[in-house]
Ligand binder design. Structure first.
Ligand SMILES: C[S@@+](CC[C@H](N)C(=O)[O-])C[C@H]1O[C@@H](n2cnc3c(N)ncnc32)[C@H](O)[C@@H]1O
Length: 481
């Protein structure tokens, strides 16, 4: 498209947008703004971008027009557990400490996700709190997601998401917190959905006093991947106002691309598990790790001894592994790791414990340790399909799809009745757009599942029933998916 608008008009319009929304179109990107306005013009009843822009600039009801314009101007890219470093730091350091502080005297937390788009971020926080706080009912938890884009917020309210939103979410969490829904989508459990409220709020001009009173005194504010779209003047203005909304000792989280020593001067920057947190107030030496294991890249002997002293002195095989299973199912991976390492030290040849270690390392994204264990086990027992299946999972989680598929084929070569290997191969082929191949594996899985009663658990699936797995496959293979 050849730009037809005068630079003068576009500059005026970009200044107007920056003033009203913060969104920034630098002088060398004005053509992008023109393209956007060319597609938006029809929505406002205009044929041309130019007449539409002039009409908006002179309209007495600009606030209403901005609400529509924003649907064209904003980028709502987001997903669950975006940025593993941040969520690891929250799970193992920031939240456990905060929860411990508040538990006895003041069991409440206030969390605000500013610029939350379709809600994956505040719901990730709700899932995290559900896993970290066993007596959640006793707590007053406020999680508020706000955004300037009303359509994104509608999607957030529905709490129903497609596969792409889960690209960074450990699969056990998907199974625990979501139900399969229509059109190959997943519905968040109502108990988690109702932990989060949403509201429309423009960060540059937060005039909704009802909402602003809700965010005043926030313990944690997320404002990630929002400021990067703002013009420099508004960035500073918003950073200062977020400071005002934080509780004493509260912290602000932005994305790695938005960190800056200059802009966040009034905050105290702390790096926790490779994530930067900007804290209000001047709490010194924040964050003793919640668990000694959190700091270990590999289990040193002294650390193991220390951990061991905090854990049941006598762990029998059944009780020990059952506790690990429960912790794992709840997503308490570090606590599970503590226990399994102690158990493994006492029973180095126990294969079940090694399997747990591999699964836990994988969920903690400690792929090297998981692979090291897999490779060692495979060297000792080359014909065991379970081991190739475990390694395929590690490869899959670390995005090494080719290796994952190679291992899954080995699993089926060694055991043609391995249902989950068929399902994973079905999934992976589908993700590579090889639909025919994918359907072949899903059909193989369905034929194996037909031999089992619906209520029977599927081997290697951590409790998923044959009936649920059939449902899952039928959703994935529907013609419209
Ligand atoms: C890329 S998304 C970030 C979503 C989420 N925070 C994340 O990091 O995954 C940016 C969001 O900021 C919102 N946004 C842009 N300008 C805003 C403003 N002035 N006030 C509030 N939200 C705004 C957009 O509507 C969009 O949903």
């Amino acid at each position: 498209m050849t730009p037809t608008l005068s630079n003068h008009l576009l500059t005026r319009f970009s200044d107007f947008i920056a003033e009203k929304t913060g969104l920034f179109y630098p002088r060398d990107k004005l053509k992008n703004l023109e393209k956007i306005m060319t597609s938006a013009a029809a929505e406002f009843g205009h044929q041309k971008a130019e007449t539409c822009i002039r009409w908006i600039l002179s309209s007495p009801d600009q606030a209403k027009l901005i609400n529509i314009l924003i649907l064209y101007l904003t980028t709502g890219e987001t997903y669950f557990f975006r940025d593993r470093h941040v969520f690891n730091a929250l799970e193992y350091h920031v939240l456990p400490e905060l929860i411990d502080q508040r538990r006895q005297t003041n069991p409440k937390l206030k969390i605000w996700c500013a610029g939350c788009a379709s809600g994956e971020e505040p719901y990730s926080v709700a899932i995290l709190l559900d896993r970290l706080i066993p007596d959640l009912k006793r707590w007053r938890i406020s999680i508020l997601g706000t955004d300037i884009n009303s359509q994104s917020l509608q999607k957030a309210e529905s709490a129903c998401y497609g596969n792409w939103s889960f690209r960074n979410m450990p699969s056990p969490l998907l199974e625990t917190y979501f139900e399969p829904a229509e059109n190959n989508r997943f519905q968040l459990l109502p108990s988690i959905q109702k932990m989060v409220n949403f509201g429309i709020l423009n960060l540059v001009n937060p005039i909704d006093y009802h909402l602003t009173s809700k965010i005043q005194g926030s313990d944690i504010i997320f404002c990630r991947n929002v400021l990067m779209y703002f013009d420099p003047v508004r960035v500073k203005q918003v950073i200062d106002s977020l400071y005002g909304y934080l509780a004493e000792d509260g912290c602000l989280i932005v994305s790695p691309a938005e960190t800056s020593q200059m802009l966040f001067k009034q905050y105290q920057a702390e790096t926790i598990s490779n994530a930067v947190f900007y804290r209000k107030g001047n709490k010194a030496a924040y964050m003793a790790p919640a668990s000694p294991i959190a700091q270990m890249s590999s289990p040193s002997e002294s650390a193991l001894t220390e951990i061991g002293s905090k854990i049941d002195p006598e762990i029998t095989v059944e009780s020990g592994l059952e506790k690990i299973r429960v912790l794992y199912a709840k997503g308490h991976y570090l606590s599970a790791l503590e226990k399994v390492l102690v158990f493994h030290e006492k029973n180095p040849n126990d294969f079940l414990a090694i399997q747990w270690l591999i699964k836990i390392y994988t969920n903690l994204a400690r792929f090297e340790e998981a692979l090291r264990l897999c490779n060692k086990c495979i060297t000792d027992d080359k014909l065991n399909p379970d081991l190739y299946f475990l390694r395929a999972n590690v490869y899959q989680e670390s995005n090494n799809i080719h290796e994952a598929m190679r291992d899954l084929k080995k699993v089926l070569y060694l055991d043609s009745g391995f249902i989950l290997a068929c399902v994973l191969l079905g999934n992976l082929n589908r993700s590579q757009a090889r639909i025919e191949e994918s359907n072949r594996y899903f059909n193989q899985a369905l034929s194996l599942l037909s031999k089992s009663a619906d209520e029977n658990p599927v081997p290697n699936s951590e409790g998923m029933t044959a009936g649920n797995l059939k449902k899952y496959i039928s959703i994935l293979t529907r013609p419209d998916s």
